[in-house]
Write a protein of this length. Structure first.
Length: 119
């Protein structure tokens, strides 16, 4: 009978440690949508030789929104070299990237194709 309180206390401690360990494991889960850097993944795909206009567009937009205009310019130009620039939003972002880099966009070969439509 004298050991019963000690055994109950030991059982309570073991149970609480098990519950705490399980709750800590739940916090360590990886959220694929936020924890993986999509830029690194797409750049690795391009390095392996699987570059497509879809990937170039994703890379250009991702760099543009991270204010990495030099890289955005590179990916926009790769995209435009593969397919004719027709999307007004992409053209605007490309022009803003050039403007952020203080480059002259009036004589740019990609913007001159559709210059009358997109002032």
């Amino acid at each position: 009978m004298k050991r019963l309180p000690h055994v109950l206390f030991l059982l309570l401690c073991c149970t609480s440690f098990a519950v705490m360990a399980q709750s800590n494991d739940a916090k360590k889960t990886v959220n694929v949508n936020t924890d993986i850097d999509i830029i690194k993944v797409y750049e690795q795909v391009v390095d392996e030789g699987y570059g497509t206009p879809f990937i170039y567009k994703k890379l250009a937009n991702a760099h543009y929104f991270k204010s990495n205009y030099e890289a955005a310019k590179l990916w926009f130009e790769k995209l435009f070299s593969m397919e004719k620039p027709t999307d007004a939003t992409l053209m605007y972002r490309y022009k803003q990237s050039l403007k952020a880099l203080s480059l002259d966009f009036t004589s740019n070969k990609y913007l001159s194709v559709v210059a009358p439509k997109y002032p």
